[in-house]
Design a protein around this ligand. Structure first.
Ligand SMILES: [Zn+2]
Length: 284
């Protein structure tokens, strides 16, 4: 059973074997998710994956303690024009991530894992930069595998999905936001939070190359908010997707805890692109 950091005393925290403790932090913004999904989708997804992966890890590492931080519910994003977004500047995300992680390092914990259901590259890269700086200063303690997981194809990580999911990925590939993927995930996680009007939402197709141009994206999604194909969503697809995500996360975090071949999960495939770094002067 994982423990919330908010429910234990400092003495209980102090008594934990820090070498055998893993702490999870969710970093995912409150953000518009179309007319059919709630603002907290990325947080709900992250929480669900976190809880499921901790269960698997507890079986594998039965002498370890698993702790969870309350979710950090803001992030970097560019879908402005919609009420409900909680965005901070990319540089702020990096600073906040760095400072939170540094506090935890000072508690003595040696395994700090960041989970994010928010696939925006600049959000994930900011967190990865924070982890890299922490790891350079303190030795390897922080790990943020979501950038690599979201870009596993480009990285050639060879992650196998269920054949039904592979088929959908091919057929409905440009499903970037609140489309069939996230709607299905939420139908599996908490159906009561999905409005039944998801079956009435139009297909909104944005080319992957256009995703880096916020004006182009906003023009297409105005009045709706999603990018993709919500109407084909189902809880059955969601279960396959969520199970798949938990399996990949388990593999990555297990590798990190063992410090064995985890480096391939450390960075988004665009990590080395200077335009997407917080050091890019044009970036806010
Ligand atoms: Zn989302």
């Amino acid at each position: 059973m994982s423990k919330s950091i908010m429910e234990i005393t400092w003495e209980e925290l102090d008594a934990i074997d820090k070498e055998k403790a893993v702490i999870f932090i969710i970093f995912a913004p409150i953000e518009q998710h179309g007319k059919h999904l709630p603002l907290g989708v990325d947080v709900f997804e992250s929480k669900y994956w976190e809880q499921k992966v901790i269960k698997l890890l507890e079986d594998e590492f039965n002498d370890y303690e698993f702790l969870v931080m309350p979710p950090v519910t803001f992030g970097y994003g560019n879908m402005s024009d919609f009420p409900g977004n909680l965005y901070l500047k990319q540089t702020t995300i990096k600073t906040v991530a760095y400072e939170i992680i540094e506090n935890i390092v000072n508690w003595g914990i040696k395994n700090i894992v960041i989970i994010s259901g928010h696939a925006e590259p600049k959000h994930l890269i900011a967190i990865e930069e924070a982890c890299e700086e922490i790891n350079t200063k303190y030795g390897v303690v922080a790990f943020s595998p979501m950038g690599a997981i979201f870009s596993n194809k480009e990285l050639g990580l060879n992650i196998k999905h269920h054949h039904e999911i592979e088929k959908l990925f091919k057929q409905y590939s440009n499903d970037f936001h609140a489309g069939w993927i996230e709607t299905s995930n939420m139908l599996d996680i908490e159906e009561s939070l999905v409005k039944t009007n998801y079956i009435e939402q139009p297909d909104i197709d944005v080319n992957p190359q256009d995703m880096i141009f916020p004006e182009k994206v906003l023009k297409k999604i105005r009045g709706f908010g999603h990018i993709g194909y919500p109407k084909i969503a189902s809880s059955k697809i969601g279960k396959l997707l969520n199970d798949g995500m938990v399996k990949i996360l388990f593999k990555a975090i297990r590798a990190f805890i063992r410090r064995n071949n985890y480096q391939k999960y450390e960075h988004h495939f665009l990590y080395d692109n200077p335009i997407l770094k917080t050091s890019n002067k044009g970036v806010k």
